[in-house]
Design a protein around this ligand. Sequence first.
Ligand SMILES: Cc1cc2nc3c(=O)[nH]c(=O)nc-3n(C[C@H](O)[C@H](O)[C@H](O)COP(=O)(O)OP(=O)(O)OC[C@H]3O[C@@H](n4cnc5c(N)ncnc54)[C@H](O)[C@@H]3O)c2cc1C
Ligand SMILES: *[C@@H]1O[C@H](CO)[C@@H](O)[C@H](O)[C@H]1NC(C)=O
Ligand SMILES: *[C@@H]1O[C@H](CO)[C@@H](O)[C@H](O)[C@H]1NC(C)=O
Ligand SMILES: *[C@@H]1O[C@H](CO)[C@@H](O)[C@H](O)[C@H]1NC(C)=O
Length: 582
Amino acid sequence: MMTMAISLPLLLLAPLAAQAQAADQVPLSSTPTDIYAALSVRVGGRLFQPAPFAEPCFVNTTSPECAAVQELYQNEKARTRHAGGYTWGQWETCQASGAQCLLDFTVPTDPTATASPNTCELGSISPYFIDVRGPEDVIAAFEFSKETDVPLVVKNTGHDFKGRSSGQGTLALWTHNLKDISYDAAFVAEGCTDAFPGVTAGAGVQFFEAFEFAEANNITLVGGSDATVGFTGGFLQGGGHGVLSPVLGLGVDRALQFKVVTPDGVYRTANACQNEDLFFALRGGGGGTFGVVLEATILAAPAAPVQVVVVTWAAKDAARTKALWALIADNVIGWADAGWGGYAMPELALFVTQRLSKDEAAVSMAPLIAHAEQLKAEGVEGAMVMVMEFPTFLPFFNSFMTDAGGNAGAGKVGYSVSLTSRLVPRASFSSEADRTALVDALMAASGAPAPDAPLMIIQITGPTAVHAVDLAPGRTSVTPAWRDAVFHVTSMGMWGWNATESDIRGVYKHTSALMDHVRAITPDAAYLNEADVYEPNHEVSFWGAHYPELVTIKMKYDPERLLDCWQCVGWNQDSERYGCYL
Ligand SMILES: Cc1cc2nc3c(=O)[nH]c(=O)nc-3n(C[C@H](O)[C@H](O)[C@H](O)COP(=O)(O)OP(=O)(O)OC[C@H]3O[C@@H](n4cnc5c(N)ncnc54)[C@H](O)[C@@H]3O)c2cc1C
Ligand SMILES: *[C@@H]1O[C@H](CO)[C@@H](O)[C@H](O)[C@H]1NC(C)=O
Ligand SMILES: *[C@@H]1O[C@H](CO)[C@@H](O)[C@H](O)[C@H]1NC(C)=O
Ligand SMILES: *[C@@H]1O[C@H](CO)[C@@H](O)[C@H](O)[C@H]1NC(C)=O
């Protein structure tokens, strides 16, 4: 991978430090400026007003600042460094009013997007952000929200697919700069006695940092497919799956401890030996709901070689896609039980394991390798198969996974998307008839092979071959359906910067309707971090039988719902904070 060390010009507006000093003498009182000035003092001047990512191009299209934004418009790292930058365009906008500050993502230099009458509006971006550096900042924000009724959001990397890290008129707690990371080979959670190898990471640590840290410390960490998603933020608190999950478990399965400020203003330690209810809730109940996590400690696994088998070809062809997916459906139970994880797309399958040697891997994957050899023999354009061994996880990750999820293929961000998800249980693979029905449903849900068809990704990332004894102690709150999930499938739709409200509604509807083909043959279960914005029966789909207990815990720590987010546990769906959703 080539990482270019481009650093964005500092686009954040200057902190309100100057005003804050003046406000020292001004009592907290009636006008909004005063209340924010007082808050700024309380948080050490680290309150600021963010600019939308594309703002420089609305100020001056020929400035060097605009050129930098155009160049990095589709770059995930640049967006996550920027307080006002989000991965998916629509969560910067107010979809309901059309207020936005977007470039044309297909051609960021397209002058139409910034030309009159288009203006640069904050949309859903919070007008005020706190650059969180410690528990006192979060406690101040909870008190502020209680006194002023200004709603809060927690923004870490801004990768969320459901808009849970932005909100018009909110105060944002930005956890991005909590970058500490350390390793203790004999970590003992506070109040517990057993020692585990544990990595303690601040909420702002991203996967590229966690994986580099793991490499340097000769350990393996379970993470997702994308370099810039947060390691202990929304990913972890919502479940967290990756190619190593079949053997090493979901992210939540490896959480040893959280340090979290709960909305009652208390900085707490949650683990298997204290605040167990909160520990359970933070292990799958979803981000932005039970508290603001400042750091988490995650169970590390030993470093180990990674076996990889990749099959791919070039041109879209529905019959070939169907043959590939059918072959996977016929073999996947055996593969998953042997410890393989991976991804399949219309023209690609990638399987990964640390459990087998290179020779064992080739034997185990013989049917897939033979299938690829057949495609090559037929002269299928671009057909190839790779059977590889990497010494550790990082070089594998850097070869296949870095850009916008790697598996998503797109490699770019900054456009607007609708996603939809379903967990597919073991029972869907029982008989030949079941497998045929599943593959037909997946083909229907992928809409292949039109060039603009939504991208279907089959993620073979359920914790299928996990040995519970290897994991962190205590309960998790993800839907129990994850324990039986062989596939997590997603389909994705997208739209342009100038789509009309009715176009956007249409894409959401269409994407969701595609997944109805899979919904019809599987129980209600979806991955909350990659789900439909309008997930039907979401309480059951995301949490199954755990939902009532999670609501009780939510009401214990946050009876006033100072934290609230879209389809989150105990949400208040009538809240004005959802005014920008369609
Ligand atoms: C390109 C791409 C690839 C992905 N690949 C994977 C994958 O392989 N596996 C997988 O499981 N998921 C994957 N995801 C989904 C990912 O888990 C979610 O987008 C998740 O919400 C990201 O969390 P974040 O903290 O990075 O982002 P944010 O958008 O900043 O936050 C997401 C949610 O978590 C809350 N939150 C964040 N930090 C905290 C905190 N410190 N305390 C409390 N609440 C917090 C926010 O309020 C919000 O509700 C991917 C997403 C993208 C865009
Ligand atoms: C825009 O930026 C260019 C390059 O810095 C500069 O020459 C020009 O004067 C600017 N235009 C305005 C209206 O400020
Ligand atoms: C790294 O960890 C592996 C697995 O525990 C071990 O076999 C190896 O000796 C370690 N390497 C170094 C350099 O410590
Ligand atoms: C959106 O903008 C593009 C050019 O940037 C244009 O071709 C297209 O017609 C526009 N679509 C709508 C719905 O206005």
